[in-house]
Structure formats: C-alpha cells, structure tokens
Design a protein around this ligand. Structure first.
Ligand SMILES: NC(=O)c1ccc[n+]([C@@H]2O[C@H](COP(=O)([O-])OP(=O)(O)OC[C@H]3O[C@@H](n4cnc5c(N)ncnc54)[C@H](O)[C@@H]3O)[C@@H](O)[C@H]2O)c1
Length: 254
C-alpha cells in the first residue's frame, strides 16, 4: 500500500479503457476512492462497477465540479489521462488540430484552474498528466499529437516548477507504445515505431506508483526514453537524422 494514496479521493479521466482503466483499478486496489470518467458512459460505468468506484461520464474538460461533489467535496489526486491520438501532417483538418489541442492540452489547463485554488489553500494536491514519449520526442506521422503532447508536457512542467514549494506534486507519464485501442488506431506508424516495445497498461500504473513513492516528476515506463531524450538534447541534428530514417522506412512500407 502507498500511504499517500489510501483513502484519497481520485479522479481519472478517459478511464473507460486502456491506461486510464489500469490507473483507476490500481488506485482502487491501493484503497483510494475513485471517480471513473470517460466520454463513453457505458465504459465508465463498467469500470466503476468493477472497482466500486463512481462513474462520472462526460468530456474531461467539464467534469471537475461534478467529480468533486461525487467524492464528497474534495479531490486529492487528479489524473488528466484522456487523450486523442490525432495523426496526420500539417495538412490535417483544422478540426483535428483544434480537438487535439482541446483534449490533450486545454482539458489539463481547465482541470488545474478548477483544482489549484483549493489545493493551494490546503497546501497539498497531486496532478498526474498522461503525456506520452511523443511529448518529449516526436511521433512520426502524427503532427497534431506530437505538438499537443509537447504542450501537455510543458504545462505539467510549468505546474510543477510553479507550485512545488506550496505542496503541489505533479507527475508526467511519458510512455512509448502501450497495448490499448489507441495503439491499434495508430495504424502502420504505430506498428513500426511503437508495437515492438509495447507494454501493458498495468505496467504504466506500476511505473506511476514507483514514481509516486519516489517523489519523481518524470515517469518513464520505457526507461530507454531517457536515453533518447538525452540524445535529442545533446545532438539535435543527429537525432533528427535518426528519426528521419524511421520516417523513410515508414514511407517505404506504405
Ligand atoms: N496507448 C499508447 O501507446 C499511449 C502511449 C503514450 C501515451 N498514451 C496516452 O495515454 C492516454 C490514454 O490513452 P490509451 O492508450 O489508454 O487510449 P484509449 O483509446 O484506450 O483510451 C482513451 C479513453 O479516453 C476517452 N476519451 C477520449 N476523449 C475524451 C474526453 N474528451 N473526455 C473523456 N474521455 C475521453 C476514450 O473514450 C477512451 O476510453 C492518452 O492521453 C494517450 O495519448 C497512450
């Protein structure tokens, strides 16, 4: 048991399946009271029933107040997990870019806006952002996803550096491939880049709980991402050449 989690009031967005469902199950197993949010009400209700949680369906951007009431007036831990795997190039429709920005970034900003006043008053609160390795690196074939996940990472980083002396803990989870519906939907680029090292959603939950115990901001369920992130910073052009080789391999396989 992680004592920072037992009896805590937790919200997980996009928890009707995949990584969010694994996080919700793990928080419940550790003794937390969990709100299970998803746009898909039936999926949210199924996971909530399984873990004795509370389903709060709806758009992740709009559920903080409802979730707070459902949990008795206070949220201790908020997992901004819902995300859109928005693929495409610069030519992707305006709507695809707008939806990616809305779900992958602004839902986090709106949640923080609703949570921070109470958390700062109490001097504690924990914000968990499911970003992606694409937020530290970049995903071939997915410009809106890569750009907005960089935004989600930047926002989590900003929250952490701004409020860490006031009791606010922030974690940014940055996995590569995880075997969920989203990986299946990522198509041939996902097959090439992500599938070979894909892990299970439960592995992501394990990595988060290790990070919570160790008080770490950056959660890397695939440890090799630290090396790639370092290589990108140290030698950007060499890193871009390597990524471009993957792009060319992907183009050749189409
Ligand atoms: N699967 C991967 O390989 C992978 C890798 C890195 C990061 N991620 C990130 O992990 C998070 C979860 O993804 P997943 O792989 O579990 O995907 P998933 O598709 O299995 O689950 C995402 C869930 O979010 C819900 N959702 C979508 N938009 C929503 C909204 N506006 N409000 C509430 N719920 C909404 C969907 O209905 C779905 O149940 C995402 O942020 C994703 O970008 C996934």
């Amino acid at each position: 048991m992680v004592d920072t989690v037992q009896d805590k009031a937790v919200v997980v967005t996009g928890a009707g399946g995949g990584i969010g469902a694994a996080l919700a199950r793990r928080f419940a197993a550790e003794g937390a009271r969990v709100v299970v949010n998803d746009l898909d009400a039936a999926k949210a209700e199924a996971v909530a029933a399984e873990i004795d949680g509370i389903a709060v369906p709806g758009d992740a951007s709009e559920i903080v107040d409802h979730a707070r009431v459902a949990l008795g007036g206070h949220i201790d831990i908020y997992c901004a997990n819902a995300g859109l795997a928005s693929g495409g190039t610069e030519a992707a429709d305006e709507q695809i870019w707008a939806d990616a920005w809305d779900v992958n970034v602004m839902a986090h900003v709106r949640a923080a806006r609703a949570l921070l006043p109470g958390w700062l008053e109490r001097g504690e609160g924990r914000f968990v952002s499911t970003v992606s390795a694409a937020g530290l690196l970049t995903m071939v074939g997915a410009a809106p996803y890569s750009v907005t996940k960089h935004g989600a990472y930047a926002f989590a980083e900003w929250l952490s550096l701004t409020y860490r002396h006031r009791g606010i803990k922030v974690h940014a989870i940055c996995p590569q491939g995880v075997r969920t519906d989203m990986l299946t939907a990522a198509g041939s680029a996902g097959e090439l880049v992500l599938a070979p090292t894909a892990i299970e959603p439960e592995d992501v939950a394990d990595a988060l709980f290790d990070g919570i115990e160790e008080g770490r901001f950056l959660i890397l369920p695939h440890p090799a991402v630290a090396d790639y992130y370092g290589a990108r910073a140290a030698a950007p052009d060499r890193w871009l050449d390597n990524m471009n080789h993957i792009q060319q391999k992907w183009e050749a396989a189409q």
